[in-house]
Design a protein around this ligand. Structure first.
Ligand SMILES: Cc1cc2nc3c(=O)[nH]c(=O)nc-3n(C[C@H](O)[C@H](O)[C@H](O)COP(=O)(O)O)c2cc1C
Length: 229
């Protein structure tokens, strides 16, 4: 008889095995819907961590949400301080110890080489707004993960929920990416609440679907840099 070890309950093993397959997929998805029973499973995964998954259920709402993402992109991209902070995380190549290589954002090798500078200097609001609007409009499923409170413990709970939800999707062959700019701006975050008809705090906005290829992994810091024994 097969017995499960105490640290590896069967449902979580599937999520564990999905860790190395998960990547942010910032390209369009295949035109294939997310199965309704998978959505139910993902709602449950979020609930297990104390967060709520609110799916966008109509095309008109999805369009309005895409407009909100574009507006937030535009506002953030035109803000010099935001650009400086975000440029600090952009990397020219994959040979880095952390950050996001330009190619993971869909740039050519030449654009990626210049990205740490161009990202800081040029207003990328329009470009990003039109890209994200299209990604948000065409995604098979967009949802928010929200929490009752907006304190550090809620942020941790939501991070754990995002982990479960994304890995649950990856275990079924899907990928996801974040559309988080509206959450970063208090006024737009309030409008996001109104659009989604929720009283609680949206923490992350995510699109998921079936990828049309495979994405390369992004750099990670050495384990010893982030985990003290
Ligand atoms: C809370 C949170 C918000 C994020 N928001 C965005 C976002 O708005 N746009 C984006 O392109 N990536 C966003 N990311 C994704 C990170 O950039 C990405 O996870 C990181 O670069 C590692 O790449 P990977 O997901 O492919 O492993 C977000 C990640 C987290 C955890």
């Amino acid at each position: 008889m097969h017995r499960e070890g105490p640290c590896e309950p069967a449902p979580e093993r599937q999520l564990f095995e999905a860790i190395l397959q998960r990547r942010s997929w910032r390209q369009p998805f295949a035109e294939k819907p997310v199965p309704a029973d998978l959505l139910k499973t993902l709602e449950e995964e979020a609930r297990l961590e104390g967060a709520r998954l609110t799916p966008v259920t109509s095309p008109s709402l999805q369009n309005a949400l895409a407009g909100l993402v574009a507006e937030a992109d535009w506002l953030l991209g035109s803000n010099e301080a935001v650009r400086r902070e975000s440029a600090g995380w952009v990397r020219a190549t994959d040979h880095a110890e952390d950050g996001v290589p330009g190619r993971a954002m869909g740039m050519s090798p030449m654009e990626a080489m210049l990205a740490p500078v161009t990202h800081r200097v040029f207003n990328y609001g329009d470009t990003r707004a039109s890209r994200d609007r299209s990604l948000a409009c065409t995604a098979p499923l967009v949802f928010a993960l929200s929490t009752e409170g907006d304190e550090p413990e809620n942020w941790v709970a939501c991070g754990q929920a995002a982990q479960r939800v994304l890995l649950g999707a990856v275990a079924q062959g899907l990928q996801g990416s974040f559309l988080n700019p509206p959450v970063q701006l208090p006024e737009l975050r309030n409008r996001l609440k109104t659009l989604l008809d929720i009283e609680i705090w949206p923490q992350v906005l995510v699109r998921i679907g079936y990828p049309t290829g495979s994405a390369r992994p992004t750099p990670r810091r050495p384990l010893a840099d982030v985990l003290q024994s």
